[in-house]
Design a protein around this ligand. Structure first.
Ligand SMILES: Nc1nc2c(ncn2[C@@H]2O[C@H](COP(=O)(O)OP(=O)(O)OP(=O)(O)O)[C@@H](O)[C@H]2O)c(=O)[nH]1
Ligand SMILES: [Zn+2]
Length: 220
């Protein structure tokens, strides 16, 4: 079946945006916010520019496929990350909560090539002991990762939103990623891991707490 911008794939894209924030859409239908025909036109131009025939059988649907793929990969641009943390709980827990090894896939904003790895997110609840659902930490990663990114900004955006919405005593976010723009092209060094951290509040100020959290995050 021929795929086009107005076929059932659009529902799937709305579903992806909704899934990022637990069933609530903030950005409206995808066709209102992502100009799929414009992406298609640009991809067709790229194919011609590199010397391909965009009308040959295998490539005919490629511009439409790439348009839908980009809408999916950048679905986080249509989502308000604050909504991810709209549900919190009283737990009277005063110690570290840490979710390790959250899968991260994003696109670097310099080359639009993927970077991929793990996120580790920890926080010490505030005096009210308020916590959030563990899955919300992974959702937060998804919302910010599904945008053109640099790893440093992705790391600090997660930390800053947790600080402002959860009012914890401290936050630590560590990302370990491999960048395809360093592996597939350019310097062509595959396997290099970039590690970024964003540390806030007491985890920033208290070296002992920070060292304890880091030992749990990067034990090797
Ligand atoms: N700091 C940072 N740099 C990134 C990230 N993703 C890609 N880059 C870098 O962005 C830089 C862009 O550098 P430019 O010199 O403008 O582009 P370029 O000529 O394609 O660079 P090379 O990759 O060195 O060939 C490169 O050094 C990439 O490695 C990221 O998440 N954070
Ligand atoms: Zn890049």
């Amino acid at each position: 079946m021929a795929a086009s911008a107005t076929e059932p794939g659009d529902d799937a894209l709305d579903y992806i945006a909704a899934r990022l924030i637990n069933g609530k859409l903030t950005g409206g239908p995808v066709e209102d916010s992502v100009d799929l025909p414009r992406i298609e036109k640009a991809v067709r131009e790229i194919l011609i520019a590199v010397g391909e025939d965009p009308d040959r059988d295998g490539l005919r649907q490629t511009p439409a496929r790439v348009a839908r793929a980009y809408a999916e990969l950048f679905a986080g641009l249509r989502v308000d990350p604050a909504q991810v943390l709209s549900t919190t709980f009283e737990a009277n827990h005063q110690e570290l909560v840490l979710v390790r090894d959250i899968d991260v896939m994003s696109l670097c904003e310099h080359h639009l090539l993927p970077f991929r790895g793990s996120a580790h997110i920890g926080y010490i609840p505030g005096p009210d002991g308020r916590i959030t659902g563990l899955s919300k930490l992974a959702r937060l990663v998804e919302v910010y990762a599904r945008r053109p990114q640099v790893q440093e900004r992705l790391t600090s955006q997660i930390a800053d939103l947790l600080m402002s919405k959860l009012a914890p005593r401290g936050v630590i976010v560590v990302l370990e990623c491999e960048h395809m723009c360093m592996a597939m092209r350019g310097i062509q060094k595959s396997g290099a891991q970039t590690i970024t951290s964003a540390v806030r509040g007491t985890l920033q100020n208290d070296a002992k707490s920070r060292a304890e959290a880091m030992a749990l995050i990067l034990p090797r």
